[in-house]
Design a protein around this ligand. Structure first.
Ligand SMILES: Cc1cc2nc3c(=O)[nH]c(=O)nc-3n(C[C@H](O)[C@H](O)[C@H](O)COP(=O)(O)O)c2cc1C
Length: 327
């Protein structure tokens, strides 16, 4: 049996499969389909200080192999979240990864402060794909200095021993530069990736489909981009743990992320079509690791970076002859 335990910045999780922020609220609904404590952790929808009704409808559009959403961080605000959602996760015995979002560094710091000492809190994920109201709406995650400012404030306000993960946006030229800035500012790990900015136009109405005009693209369509980002971040910062995500639908998809350098993965958009996907992905990943002869999932983390002649457990070399073509 492959040992699935994984350690993220000193915190051990029973296995490496988590939900993705915004795709499973705080887990209550999924718990009707499977026991959410069976997952490594539950990543909650990004929470802001105040309640928010989100953006105009329609908020979702199907795209080829993916989905576009512009929910606009609808949520109950931190106080109601702590009382009803985090408390529920703690009672249930789940490991909560609480995602926070704000419009200023001060917002993020206050949110982190409110999470201090809360039962059930395993980790904080900082959603920096938000517009900075103090800088013309420039998205924090797209500017290494702005991203670092948020991370530094959250790290300072978060209890020692609770890892802070910064969630990176793929909508940048050099994701490794943003990753380095976040880690230099105190991030204990990185979540890779958030959605890609996209847009769909209804050619009959001849108007944008989404009420919010643009939205975040997710699902299998973005998986190669996500795997590339995980690869680049792991290559730049091999000792920094990564929670990888983007279009994971099967255990083999999850294995791709692990081989690229992720120590754990989040399953997001897939749950809208298959609410049992996270536990299915977990079982399939387990099987895939066993079939490949791994005693421990950690032995597979980042393995694809090693040269083909490097150690591979009892399996033929998976690298084919045709390495040159990109067509
Ligand atoms: C409907 C929806 C809502 C999302 N809300 C959030 C959010 O609140 N915070 C966040 O950091 N990411 C959010 N995401 C992004 C996901 O957590 C994830 O990073 C992204 O969708 C890629 O993974 P996937 O393709 O498996 O969904 C959301 C994604 C979707 C589809």
């Amino acid at each position: 049996m492959t040992d699935l335990r994984t350690t993220l910045a000193g915190v051990e999780f029973p296995n490496p499969v988590f939900t993705a922020s915004g795709c499973a609220a705080a887990g209550q609904e999924l718990d009707g389909f499977f026991d959410v404590t069976a997952l490594g952790g539950v990543v909650t929808k990004s929470i802001m200080l105040a309640a928010r009704s989100g953006r105009a409808t329609p908020r979702m559009a199907e795209t080829p192999s993916g989905m576009l959403n512009s929910i606009g961080l609808q949520g109950p605000g931190i106080e109601a979240f702590l009382e009803h959602e985090l408390a529920w996760l703690a009672d249930r015995g789940a490991r909560a990864v609480v995602s926070i979002a704000g419009g200023s560094v001060e917002d993020y710091a206050r949110l982190a402060q409110k999470l201090r000492g809360r039962p059930g809190l395993a980790m904080v994920e900082v959603n920096i794909s938000c517009p900075n109201v103090e800088d013309r709406g420039q998205v924090f995650a797209c500017d290494p200095r702005a991203a670092a400012g948020v991370v530094e404030a959250v790290r300072k306000a978060t209890a020692p021993g609770v890892p802070v993960f910064a969630k990176l946006s793929p909508d940048v030229t050099d994701i490794a530069a943003v990753a380095r800035a976040c880690v230099a500012a105190g991030a204990d790990g990185l979540s890779v990736i958030n959605t890609l900015l996209g847009m769909v136009i209804d050619v009959d109405r001849m108007r944008p489909v989404l009420g919010g005009v643009t939205g975040g693209l997710s699902g299998p369509a973005i998986r190669p981009v996500a795997v590339r980002c995980v690869w680049q971040v792991h290559a730049a910062l091999p000792d920094v743990p990564i929670l990888g995500m983007g279009g994971i639908r099967t255990g083999l998809d999850a294995l791709e992320f692990v081989l690229a350098g992720a120590s754990a993965v989040s399953v997001g958009t897939t749950v809208f079509g298959d609410p049992t996907a996270p536990v299915r992905v977990l079982a399939e990943l387990h099987q895939a690791l066993q079939e490949r002869g791994f005693d421990h999932v950690r032995d597979a983390v980042g393995l694809a970076h090693r040269p083909p002649e490097a150690y591979l457990p009892e399996r033929p070399d998976p690298v084919g002859d045709d390495q040159g073509s990109t067509a």
